[in-house]
Design a protein. Structure first.
Length: 309
């Protein structure tokens, strides 16, 4: 006969459910009920760790920021315009120049969602009016206007506002008598603006010609990715072309090309290192070394101009 209260005997007397609930909760809840609030999940930042896109390794965010968003495997992750300007100028000091306003949604375009709504969402997420940001400062002591194209803003797409921003940067360089550096990053033209976006290819080319007429250097730094109409215009019209390691650079994407020619592309096709080997890029430069390299290039080019003057 089973003894009363034997926990191993399913037929023995059982503790009422209400009593079990009253005694439950674990030792932590009984000893220190407030501990759960102290160590709650909300006190741990959700973005404290970042995953390396290449290796899958988890990287401590402050360490990644200190490395200028370059992973231990050498992957140059995308950064926004503010970060780019800060790491490029001497001591991170620069004057932010305004970008001109451009007509919004001239075609009243909707692809299931109105273009105006897409613009509003991108502006809220990035804190900028459009894809271009302009800064004026010094790189290794050389005054320069820097234009940054932010891929996070609608894929860095080239539209009327981007064209106006490029022209404004070129004119600012001409007014100050200094060179211009353009960091490119784009998925192509902005389809919501139709042919008006394609017209910016010609307009930006004319702005570059104005700089050349003034005898001022125009240097391009190609970042990941630089494709489409941007590659077909101002991204390939510089006096010197630098690129970050591993950057995708081309007109059409590799998958589109493979489907068109029905052939497998060679390894590394359209990557910065491959294009340097083929002569399309002058030099591939790590992000940490860009300010020093840019300073040397701009100093040499401007010394020649000053000597001629």
């Amino acid at each position: 006969m089973a003894m009363a209260g034997n926990p191993d005997d399913p037929t023995g007397p059982q503790r009422p459910p209400a009593e079990r609930r009253q005694r439950g909760g674990g030792w932590l809840a009984r000893i220190a009920p407030g501990v759960r609030k102290i160590v709650g999940r909300r006190d741990t930042p959700e973005n404290l760790w970042v995953k390396d896109p290449d290796t899958g390794e988890m990287i401590y965010r402050p360490e990644l920021e200190a490395a200028l968003w370059v992973t231990p495997s050498g992957k140059h992750m995308r950064i926004n315009a503010e970060q780019r300007l800060s790491v490029t100028f001497d001591d991170g000091q620069y004057e932010a120049l305004p970008t001109p306003d451009a007509p919004e949604d001239p075609l009243k375009f909707s692809d299931g969602r109105p273009y105006r709504e897409r613009l509003a969402s991108a502006r809220k997420a990035n804190g900028t009016r459009d894809v271009m940001s302009i800064g004026y400062g010094e790189i290794r002591g050389e005054p320069v206007v820097v234009l940054v194209q932010n891929f996070a803003f609608m894929g860095g797409s080239l539209g009327m506002a981007a064209g106006e921003g490029f022209i404004a940067a070129a004119h600012a360089a001409i007014e100050r008598g200094c060179p211009m550096v353009c960091f490119t990053a784009a998925g192509g033209a902005r389809m919501q603006e139709g042919a008006l976006s394609l017209m910016q290819m010609a307009r930006t080319t004319l702005a570059i010609n104005e700089m050349k007429a003034a005898g001022l250097p125009y240097v391009v730094v190609l970042t990941d990715p630089t494709t489409g109409g941007v590659t077909a215009s101002y991204a390939m019209l510089g006096d010197v072309h630098l690129a970050e390691p591993g950057a995708l650079i081309g007109f059409a994407g590799p998958r589109v090309i493979e489907q068109t020619i029905r052939e497998k592309l060679p390894p590394g096709f359209q990557r910065a290192e491959y294009l340097q080997e083929k002569g399309m890029v002058d030099r591939v430069v790590a992000r940490a070394d860009l300010p020093e390299v840019l300073g040397q290039i701009l100093s040499v080019l401007m010394d020649g101009r000053r000597a001629a003057a």
